[in-house]
Write a protein that binds this ligand. Structure first.
Ligand SMILES: *Cc1c(COP(=O)(O)O)cnc(C)c1O
Length: 445
């Protein structure tokens, strides 16, 4: 008999196949005309461009990638029974734990195939940005596993506040550069105008894209947002579905935190596929109140970065110039979100909610106490929303099956859990004025 603990899907699930009205579209930021494959070839390898626009339902995972996945996949599906008891809820809470990966988060699910498809396309170096450091860590590890080089532009505030992530990247022979840097035109331009800039993901993306566009041996790699990234992450949901089926459970509700949308898409897409066929299901993305892209943004065309170098995409956005308040969940501080998620949200096929930093802290602490895993501050956003829902289930005697993605562990993010900091942990109000101002700069498409 097949052992469920050995099951890894052979294919990724492509959500686009089941959304005939969704149009994958990029606009060239220089010509303002629709970008074709050739525009993307400057920074991405052909197999990933094909995946980005593919309408095929299942895309085979290469055996080399499966071999590397086996280092930590399948990841455990746990029941949070001690959390349930503590909350006194009739809901059953299951979580898929992605923190067991060598980089400590779900991001390695896409870092490995991205490095692989670049390598077989003749590329030897990948450049990227990292906010909190998780994506940089994952890509550095993936590049090392495939004998490639990795160059990481790390948002300056994290570079200074998160030495262990920096060391992690260096341990796997990645190069780490504090962004904004003097190495790129984009970085120099920011430093000229804002010498004390703490950096942002949007700025770091500009630097990483510039480096890739200028050197034919270097490609750019993005850790979220794009269709091929969410495609790779569907291993999470596909595994979870099999593991739950083994227990005769189908979730009523699926939760995940949402920055660019990759762990949400990863766990939710295989279930949303069923929803499209009539299955009852709620899929809920959880974002920070300080960076409320889905809940307060607008669905329109925008750049992916500050320097306006990336293709323009239609997505929910707070404006590419929006620099969110310095909350601890660095991985959720992005002005935009996946175009595919944006489409699903606009169609009412998924929901979104936002939570404040102080309730995220309390949720992370309670989860650590009951389940014995210290969650990443990003993942603790999902937990906060799940706890609210479990309490509702208690009050309304509603025994729902809840599944959420525990996207990573928080052992490199202990500052978030520092009592002294959190004694005075600030909740940032919804930054209405900042967002209004930033939305004035949207491109005219
Ligand atoms: C990067 C990251 C996120 C946010 O990114 P998504 O693309 O929205 O998943 C969430 N959790 C962890 C642990 C991360 O590293």
């Amino acid at each position: 008999m097949e052992d469920i603990n050995e099951y890894i899907p052979e294919c990724w699930y492509n959500m686009q196949a089941d959304l005939p009205d969704y149009k994958c579209q990029f606009i060239n930021p220089f010509t303002m005309k629709e970008a074709g494959k050739n525009d993307l070839k400057m920074i991405f390898p052909e197999p990933l461009i094909e995946q980005e626009i593919s309408k095929e339902r299942f895309i085979k995972i290469p055996s080399e990638v499966l071999d590397l996945y086996r280092m930590w996949r399948p990841t455990p599906l746990n029941r949070a029974d001690r959390l349930e008891k503590t909350l006194g809820t009739p809901a059953k809470i299951f979580y898929k734990y992605e923190g067991t990966s060598p980089a400590g988060s779900h991001k390695l699910n896409t870092a490995i195939p991205q490095a692989y498809f670049n390598k077989i396309s003749g590329i030897n170096t990948l450049s990227t940005e990292t906010g909190a450091g998780q994506w940089g860590s994952a890509l550095a590890f993936a590049c090392k596993s495939l004998n490639m080089q990795c160059k990481v532009f790390m948002v300056k505030i994290s570079f200074n506040q998160k030495p262990y992530r920096r060391i992690f990247i260096k341990l796997f022979d990645g190069t780490v550069i504090s962004s904004p840097s003097m190495e790129t035109e984009a970085g120099r331009e920011i430093l000229k105008n804002y010498p004390d800039s703490n950096g942002s993901l949007g700025i770091a993306i500009s630097e990483a894209v510039e480096v890739a566009a200028k050197d034919k041996n270097i490609n750019y790699s993005l850790g979220s947002v794009l269709n091929h990234v969410l495609l790779h992450q569907t291993v999470i949901g596909l595994e979870a579905k099999r593991q739950l089926a083994e227990l005769d459970v189908y979730p009523d509700e699926v939760f995940a935190c949402c920055g660019g949308g990759s762990n949400f898409g990863g766990i939710a897409f295989p279930f949303i596929a069923d929803k499209l066929k009539g299955q009852e299901l709620r899929a809920i993305a959880v974002e920070p109140a300080a960076c409320p892209t889905l809940t307060k943004g607008v669905y329109t065309y925008d750049y992916g970065d500050v320097a306006k170098l990336t293709p323009i995409m239609k997505m929910y956005t707070l404006g590419h110039n929006f620099i969110p308040p310095a909350i601890h969940a660095g991985g959720l501080r992005y002005h935009g979100v996946s175009p595919l998620l944006s489409y699903l949200y606009s169609q009412g096929l998924m929901e979104a909610t936002s939570v404040h930093q102080s309730e995220v802290y309390k949720a992370g602490k309670l989860f650590a106490e009951t389940e014995g895993i210290i969650p990443a501050p990003e993942s603790a956003h999902a937990i906060a929303a799940v706890i609210n829902e479990a309490i509702r289930c208690r009050e309304e005697k509603d025994p729902k099956n809840i599944l959420f993605c525990l996207s990573g562990h928080g052992y490199f993010d202990m500052a978030f859990y520092d009592n002294e900091i959190n004694g005075g942990l600030k909740d940032f109000e919804y930054p209405e004025e900042l967002i209004k101002k930033s939305l004035n700069d949207l491109p005219k498409v």
